[in-house]
Design a protein around this ligand. Sequence first.
Ligand code: GTP
Ligand code: SPV
Ligand code: MN
Length: 585
Amino acid sequence: MYKNVYVNEWVEQMANMTQPDKIVWLDGSEEEKARLTAEAVATGELVELNQQEYPGCLYHRTAENDVARVEHLTFICTEHKEDAGPTNNWMEKSAAYAKLGTYFTGSMKGRTMYVIPYIMGPAFSEFSKVGIEITDSIYVVLNMRIMTRMGKVAMDMLGDSPNFIKGLHARGDVNPERRFICHFPEDNSIWSFGSGYGGNVLLGKKCFALRIASWLGRKEGWMAEHMLILGVEDPNGNVQYVSAAFPSACGKTNLAMLIPPEKYQALGYKVWTVGDDIAWLRIGSDGRLWAVNPEAGFFGVAPGTSMKSNPNALLTCKANTIFTNVALTPDKKIWWEKMGVPAPEKALDWRGNEWTPDMDTKAAHPNSRFTAPACQCPCISKEWENPAGVPISAMIFGGRRAKVAPLVYQSFNWEHGVFVGATMASETTAAATGAVGVVRRDPMAMLPFCGYNMGEYFAHWLEMGKKIPNPPKIFNVNWFRLDDEGNFIWPGFGDNLRVLLWILARCNGTVDARESAIGYLPYAKDIDLEGCEVDEKVLENLLSIDKDAWLQEIEDQKAHLARFEKLPAEIKAQYEALCDRVNAM
Ligand code: GTP
Ligand code: SPV
Ligand code: MN
């Protein structure tokens, strides 16, 4: 038990329903970690990896049917449907409690209930909020220990306040028929049943830090966004920060940990990581928008992570990391596709089946992940735990678009920038169950994560723009344009710094741009290509916009915007202005 009576009372209620054999109140100590790890290793829930090679690292496989977020089983549960809006699944609040209550009742019989107090955000920061997650999974406990500031520090911050987000999770029998991820923003509460996977069960992450927090942000005048935060240091040592929203598995972690091309390293440029997935943003007393990363770790996509593509991520994972659904070698090492090292002669794949490189199945699941402490990242910003956050100069939207979207463009102003975010589209990835590679509209990369009516969310963005005296400039990028053979045209990764530098030059007013139908486009000469495999002609192509493609695009946008009953008039006006400009191209 803790000293906080509100926490104790709620835990007692949840225990009466779920009926665990015992309750463990966590404090976050090293002794506790060692004890729980040993227990999970003994039951086979976790595998201890080769400790010479991977000190402190663990391996876990989730059930075969439980390897990604389940958007069709994720609900916003409010009294009125219109508060969830047209893009969220909705259940009436009391009906949802009743339905999930039948699943939770007795679900922890024979099991242990763990109580995890945690903070999203730096301890004792004005940005930060406390959550308590109840779970019957040690895997969840050990992941939350990496992803949040958990244990005693959270109870110290909470004090005797009733103000905490209540999260209840039980694995149940991991049956997709009885899997529900329900959010009750009116009650600051989250109930998750029947899954053991990432974003479904690490309730501090998408459930709290985006769905519940977006609701709170609207109420309290701040923003919770699916954004990385990074700092670019110039050769004089000045650091400017940007945040960027890309849909799941579209490059946030990679951009956040970018390694500058050689030329820029030699000149003294550096990129510092503040966060790789979520940003909480508030207006500072200086009139700028300031951001913190509410998380304390990275839950990153493993496949494709190599010493070539993202060495900083790989180095972050060298110790104290949990690997989920990657391949396991006989000598207890791990492997995944495009890791940049030869495949093992044999391994157990993500399903736990014998695997050899000649098989045409993947050894690691495409959405397999590492959970690693942010403080181990070689390029972690020294400001990453600053309770005041970092000031944001530019906000960037982006996604996977084979054609249509150019490499980069700048919005005309905040209102136009909100429209650009509201009409964002991207091809779907393995981060959620369902078809991969289908174009869908994903406003601000928040479609699966906005905890309320998305029409009102757009209005909140517009409202914030009016309140920020010195708002960030808003841009759109696309690293994923394809040639006719289906190859990426832009090399991406480290070379994305070339685009970031144009963006910052725009913020600093040191470079011109040309006005186009969709926004300000760079002059090709202003994106430096020295040492890049792309020449100016290819760049011209990457920066081109095709009238026919954009005529099609505005048709698609029309259908998308028609979904929102509460679409702000400003967005509608922006849409009409875009149509006029495209027609006049
Ligand atoms: P979530 O954790 O799901 O939110 O994903 P994320 O947005 O952090 O994506 P991540 O950085 O893990 O990248 C996902 C995939 O995109 C990986 O396979 C990367 O290799 C690939 N990727 C990232 N950046 C680039 C890029 O600049 N160009 C290309 N072509 N691929 C990229
Ligand atoms: C995402 O899907 O955007 C992730 C992974 O960052 S999860 O925690 O599963 O949401
Ligand atoms: Mn994400």
